[in-house]
Design a protein around this ligand. Structure first.
Ligand SMILES: C[S@@+](CC[C@H](N)C(=O)[O-])C[C@H]1O[C@@H](n2cnc3c(N)ncnc32)[C@H](O)[C@@H]1O
Length: 453
């Protein structure tokens, strides 16, 4: 968050949603962080929490579509906050069937009176009631298919264009639509402390609903309740993590006793998974460019009771200057990336990311991988992962890396659950959000060849 934003809570869900969205827009606050902070600070109860989350995320997710729907009904210019009020109100009217439209209009009018004056309230009332009478306009009038898809799914045109060019219209459309579907909460069971059955039982004893995933065995889908607030979490039985983020450690699959490097490790979601897979035997060096982020890794390892992890502030691109050559059995490079696979969780990314932001990422990714090869043992395994859906940063980086490193070879992704293993091709796996309802993610694996092979 660039500026500290604090949202006042007076029990009015729509007003709080409006304040969050205004802060996200004006101060470049992150929607997920500000929403969580608001809920925590004001101890907002479950019912209000669910509606606040739904209205805030939903409005942000559908912002461009809502603007298209509102356009014919707005005459002249309206204040910034009034536009956001119209968006949250139309979001409820158009997308939330359980809220009676007149209730959404009345709430909007009250907020307009409180924040503005009677004149604004009457304009808001007029606009919303006109939409209720005549319905929202059809997108059929948009001739250009990319522009239409951009408006219908509320993504900027450059992104739609890029996805279509990379993956074709059908896959891109499914992905753009899925980005507007709220994610399922998932947690990873710390198998050094509890079995999957025990973790489910603990969570259910605390009133949550959890089921084992049919993809990743150590993953639970939590459909009711807040796992981060449970005793099971505090006692280190679980980690909050998206199911796709569990793939890289599974693919690296280090054996107990190995020496492992996790090069871009903070906040430690994958470091701790690696330590669990190693049954807390061996050693892991978890490094990150930003020293202040290393505390997050330490907190996580402590909570989970994993003591084989050491942390160090190292720029991964310079790893060979600080670490012994050919000294690691296995290395994970979970690289900085454009994050286009996680837009469901962070819808503001859609509107703030620029195409030029993506340009330098491959250079950093290649520099990290290059350094990793130097500190990897012969026959050692290297896994590269990103939480993005972009051929340049994923397949493109792999191709450039293999060209520059004849001593490295792409290898099959092993130890993956069948449904995921089936999707790999040439030592690479691209998961789209629409595949399993998890984040968009990419993983590739390599082996360092010996002298003679
Ligand atoms: C995708 S996140 C890592 C998430 C982490 N692996 C996890 O599972 O919790 C990428 C991380 O790379 C770090 N980073 C960025 N540039 C780096 C560099 N040159 N060397 C090391 N780490 C870097 C960022 O600080 C960020 O924490």
């Amino acid at each position: 968050m660039s500026k500290k934003s604090v949202v006042i809570w007076d029990g009015n869900v729509r007003d709080a949603a409006l304040s969050i969205l205004l802060a996200v827009d004006k101060n470049q606050a992150y929607s997920n962080l500000l929403l969580n902070e608001t809920i925590k600070r004001h101890k907002i109860e479950a019912k209000d929490r669910a509606l606040l989350t739904e209205i805030t995320y939903g409005t942000l997710q559908h912002k461009m579509t809502l603007d298209f729907y509102l356009e014919p009904f707005i005459r002249g210019s309206v204040d910034h906050w009034v536009r956001w009020l119209l968006r949250i109100s139309l979001y409820q009217i158009h997308y939330l069937t359980r809220i009676p439209p007149h209730a959404a209009v009345n709430e909007a009018v009250e907020i307009a009176k409180r924040r503005g004056h009677r004149g604004i309230a009457s304009m808001v009332n007029g606009i919303l009631r006109s939409i209720l009478r005549s319905g929202v306009p059809s997108t059929d009038s948009i001739e250009d298919p990319i522009e239409r898809l951009a408006i219908e799914t509320s993504h900027p045109e450059w992104l739609v264009q890029r996805f279509v060019a990379n993956y074709g219209l059908e896959v891109a459309t499914a992905m753009l639509q899925e980005n507007n579907v709220p994610p399922v909460q998932t947690v990873r069971v710390n198998t050094t402390k509890a079995s999957v059955e025990q973790a489910i039982e603990e969570l259910e004893n605390e009133g949550l609903t959890a089921q084992q995933s049919d993809i990743m065995p150590e993953c639970l889908h939590v459909t009711n309740g807040q796992p981060a607030r449970t005793k099971a979490f505090k006692e280190g039985l679980i980690t909050i993590q998206d199911e796709s983020s569990m793939i890289p450690a599974k693919v690296l699959n280090p054996s107990p006793g190995m020496r492992v490097l996790d090069m871009c490790a903070a906040p430690g979601g994958k470091t701790t998974h690696l330590a669990e897979i190693m049954n807390n035997e061996g050693s892991i060096l978890a490094t990150d460019l930003h020293p202040h982020k290393l505390d997050l890794i330490d907190h996580n390892t402590e909570r989970l009771g994993l003591d084989i992890v050491e942390t160090a502030p190292i720029d991964g691109r310079k790893a060979a200057e600080f670490l012994q050559a050919a000294s690691f059995d296995a290395i994970l490079v979970d690289a900085p990336c454009s994050g286009l696979g996680v837009m469901r969780r962070k819808p503001d990314i859609k509107y703030t990311k620029r195409e030029e932001d993506l340009e330098n990422l491959q250079k950093i990714q290649l520099a990290l991988l290059d350094a990793a090869t130097k500190v990897l043992k012969i026959d050692g395994k290297l896994v590269y992962s990103t939480c993005t859906v972009d051929t340049q940063e994923n397949e493109g980086t792999v191709k450039a890396f293999l060209t520059a490193h004849p001593e490295m070879e792409a290898i099959q992704l092993e130890s993956l659950p069948t449904k995921l293993a089936e999707k790999q091709a040439n030592g690479m796996l691209q998961v789209f959000p629409q595949d399993f309802g998890s984040d968009g993610f990419f993983v590739a694996a390599f082996r360092k060849k010996g002298e003679s092979n």
